[in-house]
Structure formats: structure tokens, C-alpha cells
Ligand binder design. Structure first.
Ligand SMILES: *Cc1c(COP(=O)(O)O)cnc(C)c1O
Length: 236
């Protein structure tokens, strides 16, 4: 994991607003260190397992961009919150099954986990049907782990082209989840390289333990859960 970007001795970490500020400060410091404009980097607050009572204070602190990894769970908590805060932007960051595509397209604003041809085809049809041309990211299995979702790095260029040209998807970025025991920086650099040669502007990479490193490697979206919401709640 490497060095934690958050200073856990900071007394402000007792409140969600304080934790949000600490993450934003660490993001700004990481961006500044490599001469990047921190306004070009979006913080996705990953609220999976947390209920509305955990999300309200984070909304009250001004956060509007959120990530969820399960369609069903997101559908059970976000529609009323979106009614109260119409400017919420919701990213799907977990695996998407074809039978959940209609629900996902109706609820989410960006799908970050397109990783196979069939899903690209089903998404494309459903977006047309609903009149919602959502931006999508493609998930790349940078560590080529058999148990992990994502397209293999060597197949990514061709998959990007097919998503665009055959399925007409608005492919705007790539996302990855590096293997837990690897040096994450290698995976961030690989993802950035694939995005660059395919002219994709967005890179979703970096979580609570390594978002600073991801920013140094060009992340435009970092996905931070624990550092904002605290330890995840047990699944019901
Ligand atoms: C849960 C999750 C995160 C957030 O992880 P933390 O370590 O809690 O910040 C980021 N990305 C994905 C895909 C996740 O499932």
C-alpha cells in the first residue's frame, strides 16, 4: 500500500466534513507536487455499504460526486437523495451484469466498468432506448488477475476502438484497480500510457491508501471511500 496520504493524527478527522477537507488538502498537495491543477482532478466519494444517514453530512459539506459498486444497493438509496440534490453525479465503479443494465443506465451518470463486448453492446442499445448517452470508462485489468474484472492491457486498444466505432459508446476514460500486493504506481503508469495513446482524457485510479500516487501519475478521478466515510459497514 505504501505511505498513507492522510495524517491520522489530525483532530478534524472526527467529522465527515473534516475528513473530506483532509482528503481535498492531500489531493491539492499531490497535484501541486507535480505541477498539476488540482481543479482538474475530481474526488469520487465511494459510499458503498453506507446509508443515507452517513451520506447526508457529506452532501451537506458540499460533495456531489459519488461512487457505488452495486447497482441494487445504489438503487435502494440514491433516488431520494438525487431528488433533494439534483446536481449529484453518480458513478458505477463495480461490475455490471447485463440483466442490471437498464437499471444502471437509469440511475448512474457515468459507468466506469465496461469490460467486455457483450456489455458494450447491451449498454449501447439501452442508452438509445432511454435517450441517455452516458459517458463510459473501460476497466482495465492492469495486473491481469484471473479473478478480477477488466479487459487485458494488450486487448485494450482494440476494445476502445470497437466500443467507439461499433457500439457508438462515448468512451471518455479508463479505470483500474491494481493488485493489492503490487506497487500501484506501475499500474497507474500503465493505465495512463494506454489512455494517452488512445486520446482518452479521463483516468479513474487511486483509492484511500494511494490516491496521492495516482494523482502524480495523472489521475483525473480518484475513488475514495474509507478516508471519507470511515470503515465500511457490514453488508446486510
Ligand atoms: C470500495 C472501492 C473504492 C474505495 O476504496 P477505499 O480504499 O475505501 O477508498 C474504490 N474503487 C472501487 C472500485 C471500490 O470498489
Amino acid at each position: 500500500m505504501g505511505d498513507d496520504p492522510i495524517n491520522h493524527a489530525d483532530p478534524n478527522l472526527a467529522s465527515p466534513a473534516g475528513r473530506l477537507t483532509a482528503v481535498r488538502d492531500a489531493m491539492r498537495a499531490a497535484a501541486k507536487g507535480v505541477g498539476r491543477d488540482s481543479r482538474a482532478i475530481s474526488l469520487i466519494a465511494v459510499s458503498k455499504t453506507h446509508g443515507p444517514e452517513d451520506i447526508w453530512p457529506v452532501l451537506a459539506a458540499g460533495q456531489r460526486l459519488f461512487g457505488e459498486n452495486r447497482v441494487q444497493e445504489a438503487a435502494s438509496k440514491w433516488p431520494p437523495l438525487k431528488k433533494d440534490y439534483p446536481d449529484i453525479e453518480l458513478h458505477l465503479i463495480g461490475p455490471l451484469q447485463s440483466n442490471k443494465v437498464a437499471e444502471a443506465v437509469a440511475l448512474f451518470d457515468v459507468i466506469e466498468t465496461v469490460d467486455r463486448e457483450k456489455l458494450a453492446a447491451v449498454l449501447s442499445l439501452e442508452m438509445k432506448k432511454q435517450g441517455r448517452a452516458l459517458p463510459v470508462f473501460l476497466q482495465v485489468n492492469t495486473g491481469e488477475e484471473p479473478q478480477k474484472a477488466g479487459i487485458a492491457p494488450q486487448d485494450t486498444d482494440a476494445f476502445i476502438a470497437r466500443c467507439r466505432d461499433v457500439h457508438g459508446l462515448r468512451v471518455t476514460g479508463l479505470m483500474c484497480i491494481p493488485p493489492v500486493d503490487d506497487e500501484a504506481a506501475l499500474h497507474f503508469a500503465l493505465l495512463a500510457n494506454i489512455a494517452r495513446r488512445n486520446q482518452l482524457p479521463c483516468l479513474s485510479m487511486g483509492m484511500s491508501g494511494d490516491f496521492d500516487k495516482a494523482i502524480r501519475h495523472g489521475a483525473t478521478h480518484v475513488r475514495v471511500g474509507t478516508a471519507i466515510f470511515g470503515t465500511r459497514r457490514p453488508l446486510l
